[in-house]
Write a protein that binds this ligand. Structure first.
Ligand code: ACO
Ligand code: OAA
Length: 409
């Protein structure tokens, strides 16, 4: 990229190096054209395939939104019924994958999710067939059909992996998926083994709709990098899960609720926020965003949902009260105002989950259950014009050192 282009695009953090400017963290670097989602970071707007997320959140369902993201348009009634029926038939896992989950039952579910996605892919003939075709340079109608088939399988199976892990980690029998339930209702049913409460289903469905895609954050970029090598779809998704797990990305939803539980009392919010402004102080989880320099539109929706949820079911652990107090301090503190740091999607999203009885370790896995559709849609879009990702680093160490045998060092 020319220096002129760097000046036009980056939001600021450029490191100097002997080889030229380094765009730290690839801020504002464009990697492709996309028609999947768009963000207006200054105004706080998010669109999926041209539709505002507020509109979708109010009127749609995850099943429909996932179709929109994958296929680029809202489905007709017939297309929707066929799609939903295929998803429902594809929900269960191979015995080998269930064994992997069982073996990792005591681990954090994000590790189990990474491994289970890879395991499912290892034994999926379609996955190998597609990877082989791509290796031979074929990505035509037949291969694309296969790619969409695999994409749908991934969307269908992610909730099952997470729910089975929940059951096995608690020495409970797994609960097999039910074809008569929606994506979100079936997920809760597989987790808790009983007909879910409609407000809980709505909460999960809202969460899944609002996390379905977000242009190219770290996890989606990771998926692109892996897919660009013509590895395979499941491996790219497993890698994306690994990237999502970090507390600077999807892992922040777990960390935010854990911090509210540790804080315990809204009166402590001022000190906690103040501490986050000190050099080297702990960052506030669920605050700040690389692209949004305004209130995250998804966070606004979750704030409202959490408010209504605690109004109905109470706030015995003060989670909503503490988050509200932190938000108040953040919005009024010059440190956050000057840096344009606002609550992001992870700030409010875990509160209702916590009260629904979903343990906080499962918040990020549920993020992945939703985002999988964005990851695969982006991979399929990138494969239309694939090129391996291979950036450069500026070497600043010595050259041509003389090797010294170990006994002489
Ligand atoms: C689904 C998602 O992934 S949403 C993001 C979830 N992650 C979090 O909530 C973790 C907390 N937030 C953060 O760590 C960051 O804001 C990120 C990772 C989201 C964005 O990072 P970047 O775009 O690299 O921003 P960067 O780290 O350069 O921050 C800019 C400035 O704001 C500060 N800052 C950013 N976020 C926070 C925060 N949460 N608390 C305190 N200070 C913060 C930085 O220290 C930095 O200050 P400086 O200019 O004095 O050095
Ligand atoms: O866009 C980002 O960097 C992170 C984010 O909000 C998301 O992935 O939903």
């Amino acid at each position: 990229m020319s220096e002129q282009a760097v000046q036009i695009r980056t939001g600021g953090k450029i490191l100097q190096s002997p080889c030229g400017p380094i765009i730290h963290g690839l801020e504002d670097v464009l990697i492709k054209n996309t028609s999947i989602s768009d963000i207006d970071g200054d105004k706080g707007i998010l669109w999926y395939r041209g539709y505002r997320i507020e509109d979708l959140a109010q009127h749609s369902t995850y099943e429909e939104v996932s179709y929109l993201i994958l296929y680029g348009k809202l489905p007709t009634k017939k297309d929707f019924e066929d799609y939903v029926s295929r998803l429902r038939k594809n929900r269960d896992l191979r015995p080998e994958t269930i064994e992997v989950i069982r073996n990792l039952a005591k681990a954090h579910p994000m590790f189990a999710l990474e491994a289970a996605v890879a395991a499912e892919g290892a034994y999926d003939e379609d996955n190998h067939k597609l990877a082989e075709a791509l290796r031979l340079g074929r990505y035509k109608a037949e291969e694309k059909e296969l790619a969409y088939k695999i994409a749908e399988k991934l969307v269908a199976k992610m909730p099952t992996i997470v729910a089975y892990h929940y059951r096995l980690s608690r020495n409970l029998d797994i609960v097999k998926p039910r074809e008569d339930l929606s994506h979100s209702a079936n997920f809760l049913y597989m987790m808790f083994g009983k007909e879910p409460d409609p407000l809980a289903v709505r909460g999960i469905d809202l969460y899944l709709m609002l996390h379905a895609d977000h242009e190219v954050p770290a996890s989606t970029f990771t998926a692109h990098v892996v897919a660009s090598t013509l590895s395979d779809l499941y491996s790219a998704v497993a890698a994306a899960v690994a990237a999502l797990k970090g507390p600077l990305h999807g892992g922040a939803n777990e960390m935010a609720v854990r911090s509210y539980l540790e804080i315990g009392d809204p009166s402590k919010a001022r000190d906690v926020v103040e501490a986050a402004t000190k050099p080297g102080g702990p960052k506030l989880m669920g605050v700040g965003h690389r692209v949004y320099k305004a209130y995250d539109p998804r966070a606004k929706i979750f704030r409202e949902f959490s408010k209504n949820y605690v109004a109905k079911f109470g706030d015995p652990k003060n989670l909503y009260a503490i988050a509200s107090a932190i938000e108040h301090e953040v919005l009024n503190h010059p440190y956050f105002q000057q840096r344009r740091l606002y609550p992001n999607v992870d700030f409010w999203s875990g509160i209702a989950f916590y009260y629904m009885g979903v343990p906080y370790e499962y918040f990020t896995p549920i993020f992945a259950v939703s985002r999988v559709v964005g990851w695969v849609a982006h991979i399929l879009e990138y494969w239309e014009n694939n090129r391996i990702f291979r950036p450069r680093a500026c070497y600043v160490g010595p050259h041509d050192l003389q090797y010294v045998p170990i006994e002489q060092r």
